[in-house]
Ligand binder design. Structure first.
Ligand code: TRP
Ligand code: SF4
Length: 330
């Protein structure tokens, strides 16, 4: 039997091309290999969006539409909503009994986010974010977790908590989960920094063709040393070239690689070609997202069915957990 896969994304804002090439393509690939669970982590969204709760359900539907548009198939993968499977909360509570505070306080994303956040994140729930994530994974006894590099510390915490649980209660209830990193290099933002909503440097999956063209040609950074069209450029330090490698065909990549260095192609032309390649990739995804969003009842049916399937598995695990922790089964 193939090891079980679980991953999830928080429904807090629209998804961009970094999600598509990084996470979603990986999710889609893994759904064919074994049992896969893909969650909409709405409780995780609440750790920072607790003042804007009305945004979470619309974002949940949008993320579901995005999962489907990116290629997730509800016949092959279980697509579900975290808050509809209350066993995640029960396990999170029980794990909180055995998790030293210091393990949570030393998670690097914790201090970092605490300092940079706009909302006040000094809550109990926010400190517990990675422990809730641990519960999400192990309540399915999942072994493989497709995530980005920024999540590796969370996975390390999950492994430590699993070892502690199995050791304390002297039973191998949980396997140690492992991150599955994507082989695709990261998509940089339009300005060359990490693509992130807070930097305003994203191409969103729901952007129109005109918006993509505008962003790629007018907002995108290129080699800063290339001031005039006659100056040779260096594609290795140019985010436009990174985009070509991710979205253009091999011939175009080669052409840019050669012509940029000998000033045979202008940056504007180069960016226009990148825009065309991004549009080719994004437009069909966008159309599928918009089409699904126009049929919210179908999206809800996918979530309802997936959440029931997920719950059946989570309930079984919780029986093992309760037995290991000597709780009554009356
Ligand atoms: N923390 C993840 C992120 O920000 C989202 C997430 C929540 C998740 N629960 C998870 C990812 C369980 C993998 C497994 O992307
Ligand atoms: Fe970047 Fe293309 Fe300009 Fe070269 S030609 S510097 S790869 S935008």
């Amino acid at each position: 039997m193939q090891p079980r896969v679980l991953s999830g994304i928080q429904p807090s804002g629209s998804q961009h091309i970094g999600h598509l090439v990084g996470a979603l393509d990986n999710f889609t690939r893994l759904q064919g290999e074994g049992e896969a669970f893909y969650m909409i982590a709405d409780w995780h969204a609440l750790t920072s969006k607790y003042e804007a709760v009305e945004e979470v359900w619309p974002a949940t539907l949008e993320l579901t539409a995005t999962y489907l548009a990116a290629g997730l198939d509800p016949q092959k993968a279980t697509i579900f909503v975290q808050s509809l499977v209350k066993e995640h909360a029960e396990l999170h509570l029980l794990l909180s009994m055995i998790t030293p505070l210091s393990w949570l306080e030393r998670v690097p994303t914790y201090k970092e986010k605490l300092q940079n956040a706009v909302a006040d994140l000094g809550s109990y729930g926010f400190l517990g974010y990675p422990l809730l994530q641990t519960a999400d994974i192990i309540v399915y006894k999942a072994r493989k977790v497709p995530v980005g590099e920024d999540q590796l510390f969370h996975l390390e915490l999950a492994r430590e908590v699993v070892r502690r649980f199995n050791h304390l209660y002297q039973r191998e209830v949980f396997p140690e989960p492992e991150a599955v990193l994507t082989k695709t290099p990261k998509v940089p933002g339009l300005d060359g920094r990490k693509m992130s909503k807070s930097y305003g440097n994203c191409v969103y999956l729901r952007d129109t063709d005109a918006a993509i063209l505008e962003k790629c040609t007018r907002q995108m950074a290129s080699d800063p040393a290339r001031v005039r069209k006659t100056d040779p450029g260096n594609p290795e330090i140019c985010p436009v070239f990174e985009f070509h490698k991710l979205f253009s065909d091999a011939a175009t990549v080669e052409l840019v690689n050669v012509e940029c260095r000998r000033a045979g192609i202008g940056c504007f032309d180069c960016k226009k070609r990148v825009a065309e390649a991004v549009i080719r990739r994004v437009a069909p995804v966008r159309e599928r997202i918009e089409d699904s969003l126009s049929r919210p009842a179908d999206l809800q049916a996918v979530l309802k069915d997936g959440s029931a399937r997920a719950r059946a598995v989570a309930v079984e695990t919780m029986e093992d957990v309760r037995a290991a922790m000597r709780m009554p089964a009356l």
